[in-house]
Design a protein around this ligand. Structure first.
Ligand code: BGP
Length: 467
């Protein structure tokens, strides 16, 4: 649809930015923090681990001051479960909880809305060693963790996200399961238990803090058929249902997506429901949806000849395609980042329209951004016109989605500051703020505003009227 006058971004739009705990905090073993699965991460030579990250744990006040200078209306961060409960269950680590108390106080003092993710890829190691999410006891532990968070922080945090990218943890489980890669039946049981855990937290928050809002934060994207061959269209529908809709259908409709369920039956990986699960899933209703959007995917009908599964261009660790379901296709209309991630701003509009049409809930973009090898110039500046261009084109499409009737309440680019990429170390930078360190040398850790910082500040000041 073409609009002569696209609607403006609404008043109160939450211009924000995102991070996650294990990717920014560092202080991996300080002040009583327990280990998480990410602390076991052993990267390839020349790539950093998560031990120091951006040292946000020790720079928190300075970082929040920079958020205030940028003019952020919202900051989406995650809480490290093993910092709050070192064993994932049982004893609470007061020093860890106090860190988030101070962070939230600092945000509120600067009128920045805290948007807290309860679990972002960093399962406490003690729980992982007892079977992780496949073990139902982890659901009980999450419930107790949720109670601790809501009791302590619920007076100030009014926007919660339960689980980050549950779908990615099923589709690309490598980074979350150190030491052992589970088979599909176990992954789908992990996922089911995460659905139940989210539902319990949702019901609990609504009971304790009726004024607070909570939702999931999956990675959602429109999937294109490579051609109008009906077989390609079915393949695209397969993958969109299995990869995306299933996760929002369970959260919003309280039942599995029928196409995804048929897939699970065919593959022998339907999860075991405990008594009461179906009722619980049906009862818990999210208030809004977090959507992490990076790139669309284009798929074709599978050939079923042993070649359907292949590594994604630019990232050998990410396998795509599945016999009988879909194979990865090409899309001549789109370009990619230097890391091989597809750039598709219009695809974001399509994604938002589809999510809005299916679920009719407010949407917060919880992640979207460009990973690039930024360089600190001799003049002490970081020039990142490519990031400005990337975000400008996505913001334009967000505005068109709003004109289409999507109830988009905010946009939190990934990431506020440089941080450790999940797979590709520190060289792959996403932030508005450059951190003076590299893969192996911790250097000064100075915070340096990139060109995109000044640009985004102006976007926020004009509420998106000047992009
Ligand atoms: C999302 C994760 C983030 C972040 C981002 C960028 O999937 O939720 O934690 O890592 O992707 O990905 P990467 O770090 O692999 O470039």
């Amino acid at each position: 649809m073409f609009y002569r006058h696209p609607k403006p971004f609404p008043d109160g739009f939450l211009w924000g930015a995102s991070t996650s705990s294990y990717q920014v905090e560092g202080a991996w073993n300080e002040d009583g923090k327990g280990m998480s699965v990410q602390d076991l991460h052993t990267p390839p030579a020349g790539i950093t681990d998560f031990k120091v990250a951006s040292d946000h744990y020790h720079h928190m006040e300075e970082d929040v001051a920079l958020m205030a200078e940028l003019g952020l209306k919202a900051y989406r961060f995650s809480i490290s479960w093993s910092r709050v409960m070192p064993e994932g269950d049982g004893a609470v680590n007061e020093a860890g909880l106090a860190f988030y108390d101070r962070l939230v106080d600092a945000l509120v003092a600067h009128d920045i809305t805290p948007v807290a993710t309860m679990f972002h890829f960093d399962l406490p190691l003690a729980l992982h060693e007892r079977g992780g999410w496949a073990n139902r006891a982890t659901v009980d532990a999450f419930e107790r963790y949720a109670l601790v968070l809501f009791e302590r922080l619920g007076d100030r945090i009014k926007m919660w996200l339960t689980i980050n990218e549950q779908n990615v943890m099923v589709i690309h489980p490598n980074a979350m399961n150190p030491g052992r890669l589970p088979e599909a039946p176990e992954l789908y049981q992990q996922s089911h238990n995460m659905f139940v855990a989210s539902a319990k937290a949702t019901l609990m928050l609504h009971e304790m803090w009726p004024d607070a809002k909570i939702g999931p934060a999956p990675n959602i994207t429109a999937i294109y058929p490579q051609s109008c061959d009906p077989a390609d269209v079915v393949a695209a529908d397969n993958w969109e249902s299995i990869r995306c809709w299933n996760y929002l259908d369970v959260a919003c409709f309280g039942r599995y997506n029928p196409i995804a369920w048929a897939y699970m039956e065919e593959k022998g990986c339907t999860p075991v429901f405990e008594e009461g699960d179906a009722e619980l899933l049906a009862a818990a209703k999210p208030d809004y949806l977090g959507v992490n959007y990076y790139a669309t995917a284009t798929v074709a009908a599978p050939k079923n000849d042993g070649t359907d599964r292949a590594a994604r261009a630019g990232d050998q660790q990410v396998m795509l395609g599945e016999e009988g379901v879909y194979r990865s296709g090409a899309n001549d209309h789109l370009t990619a980042t230097e890391y091989g991630w597809i750039i598709d701003p219009i695809g974001m509009r399509t994604t938002l329209r589809r999510v809005a049409s299916r679920y009719g809930l407010p949407i917060l973009i919880t992640e979207n951004g460009l990973g690039a090898r930024d360089t600190l110039e001799a003049d002490g500046r970081v020039h990142d016109p490519y990031r400005i261009d990337y975000l400008r084109r996505h913001f334009e499409q967000a505005q068109l989605a709003i004109s289409d009737g999507v109830n988009l309440i905010g946009y939190c680019p990934w990431s506020f500051m440089d941080l450790v990429s999940t797979h590709q170390g520190y060289g792959k930078r996403y932030g508005f703020v450059y951190i003076d360190r590299d893969e192996e040398d911790i250097r000064s850790m100075a915070r340096i505003r990139k060109d995109s910082f000044a640009w985004y500040k102006h976007v926020i000041e004009t509420n998106g009227a000047e992009l």
